[in-house]
Design a protein around this ligand. Structure first.
Ligand code: PBG
Length: 331
């Protein structure tokens, strides 16, 4: 006799807190979180970002204190993004300045908060006068191979500063293999690559572009000729397959919540740890709705993070990492 209602009652196991806890299939802890931060020049300096309430750009000394706090809460990885106030150029020379903001931030963090894992973005958009992730030709088209040459310089600069992961977010063809080879030739075989493999040309990146200060330079231009079309998933799987073959240590799906189908598919098709990026626009939506009293920020943030875990994410980049870690630690 196969049990069905009324012999079988699914709600029996949901009645008590202990059985609900016992049957929970997915876990979430601070160790699953990666905290993306915006770095700025200066001392004891913080700057608010209007479209990302509660997120601040911070100078390296402030970042060191916050990174210590993150580590004490069990968040063991941070992803650095620069806010560049100096001159931006067509060839993004600042992107591989060994004494630039990001290499200095990496060196300082590795020296002062050795327990924290440091991830740097490899892409040119914070540094280019036109706000694109790569170099452009006279028609504005993003040049692939010429861009890779600069991304290699940028990666080597970060590796020399001691970064744990470089994370190419530019979507040029062949960059993972080229960066891996260059790192290995320079002796940086321990430097890991977190590949933004399935990165879509999303409209949810708006607040981030304010935060790194690339929005105005980008103007009305799009990134449609290199980031993925959001109608596609087969193409996203092909990108992942290529990055695996080229030597990625970890793959990423970005954005997060609107792309859970992609995340679940990447997890099931590739035997690699997968990260997901809950991007600035997703965070802004949660914050805006909760500021209006329409959603509960804490409960909804934790629900989205659990959803990423359920869909297969090993790591989740979220601007709410510190908030979530506090709550997960019962603080
Ligand atoms: C650019 C980059 C972007 C993000 C991370 N790296 C934006 C873009 O592609 O324009 C977006 C992150 C976010 O929205 O939180 N290399």
């Amino acid at each position: 006799m196969s049990a069905t209602y009324p012999t079988l009652r699914m709600r029996r196991m949901r009645r008590d807190a202990f059985t609900r806890a016992m049957m929970r299939e997915t876990s979430l802890s601070a160790a699953n979180l990666i905290w993306p931060v915006f770095v700025v020049e200066g001392e004891q300096r913080t700057m608010e970002i209007a479209s990302m309430p509660g997120v601040e750009r911070m100078s390296i000394d402030v970042l060191v204190d916050r990174a210590r706090e993150a580590a004490s809460l069990g968040v063991f990885a941070i992803a650095l993004f620069p806010y560049i106030e100096g001159e931006k150029t067509p060839y993004a020379e600042e992107a591989h300045n060994a004494n630039g903001l990001i290499p200095r931030a990496v060196r300082t963090l590795k020296e002062q908060v050795p327990s924290i894992g440091v991830i740097t973005d490899v892409a040119l958009d914070p540094y280019t006068s036109h706000g694109q992730d790569g170099l452009i030709d006279e028609t504005g088209y993003i040049l692939n191979d010429e861009t890779i040459a600069v991304l290699i310089q940028q990666s080597l600069t970060h590796a020399a500063a001691g970064v744990d992961f470089v994370a190419p977010s530019d979507m040029m063809d062949g960059r993972i293999g080229a960066i891996r080879q260059a790192l290995d030739e320079a002796g940086f075989f321990q430097t890991k690559i977190l590949a933004y493999s399935a990165k879509f040309a999303s409209n949810f990146y708006g607040p981030f572009r304010d935060a790194v200060g690339s929005a105005a330079n980008l103007g009305v231009s799009t990134k449609d000729t290199y980031q993925l079309d959001f109608g596609n998933s087969i193409e996203a799987m092909r990108e992942c397959a290529l990055d695996v073959e080229e030597g990625a240590d970890m793959l990423m799906v970005k954005p997060g919540l609107p792309y859970l189908d992609i995340l679940a598919r990447v997890k099931s098709e590739f035997k690699l740890p997968v990260a997901v990026y809950q991007v600035s626009g997703e965070f802004a939506m949660l914050k805006a709705a909760s500021a209006n009293g329409w959603l509960d920020y804490k409960k909804c943030l934790l629900e989205t993070l659990m959803a990423f875990r359920r869909a297969g994410a090993s790591a989740i980049l979220t601007y709410g990492a510190i908030d979530a870690a506090r709550w997960l630690n019962g603080k």
